[in-house]
Design a protein around this ligand. Sequence first.
Ligand code: GDP
Length: 323
Amino acid sequence: MDIDNLSDRILDGDRRALARAITLVESGRADHRAQAGELLARLANSGRQALRIGLSGTPGVGKSTFIESFGMMLIGQGLRVAVLAVDPSSARSGGSILGDKTRMERLSRERAAFIRPSPSQSHLGGVARRTREAIALCEAAGFDVVLIETVGVGQSETVVSEMSDLFLLLLAPAGGDELQGVKRGIMEMADMILVNKADGDLKATATRTCADYAGALRLLRKRPQDPEGFPKAMTVSAVEEHGLEQAWVEMQALSQWRRETGQWAANRSDQACFWFDQEVRHALLARLETPEAKAEMASLNAKVAQGVLSPAAAAQQMLSHLV
Ligand code: GDP
């Protein structure tokens, strides 16, 4: 593959080149990894930065409807929008909730949009790396906003929030009991909670739900570094396209504030260090999975079982083989 040519076309904003490049970063083949590394290094100095927005919510809450309406609104303002997905179900079963091609039909027809479903990979670590690299490629291709969507099941929110500048939690109108269903850790990650489906019969419930969450957010945490009023809960209707512009105004205000106070850059460098640490851990664990390492583990295990070697001494011997 001609990496020079691919890199130039990505810088020109060519969506087919971008799609090919993402396929390259998704590949596990050693020669593809090397080419992907070369491509990413070449694009690293593009100087382009998108606003990376993480979006989480349980299935059925309206994520694709929201992304479509919100994305169309951004495009209407002259922005280019990329949508990526981190789908923990595809990591587990090979099947993807977020990979359905019929989602976001209007948005997918727009020249200013790029939509990429989640890859099916064996573990969340692999999906995380591919998504980070895909974000970098979308930025180099000149997209202004990169939306990273995930299904709310716990672990994947952490992954997405560690690669986002802003993190949104999309919720449905619900009674008081269901408020308890949102895990505290996930609430703590959110910069904004958007209560969707605030329309028709659901409008009054949505308004109440929003007030409940606004109260919960106030109790939960103070982020002294954030401007007054954040984290914020708002109602929206993705179907009727209500509240989307207001939500966008708030997102811009928060990101502007973070840029001016230096938090934006600090957050991105913290994230880079977080992923460095994760990559080292994953690589070390992967070394335990080789046939030689497994055989060594089994042999040391037998010695530990017989009492010939202490667990600590066996671990030392094992580690000396790994590095
Ligand atoms: P996802 O699984 O989170 O991606 O949810 P979808 O976007 O597929 O939406 C699930 C269902 O909720 C669909 O039937 C949508 O039409 C409906 N829905 C999504 N947004 C809204 C909204 O703003 N108002 C109403 N009333 N229904 C909505």
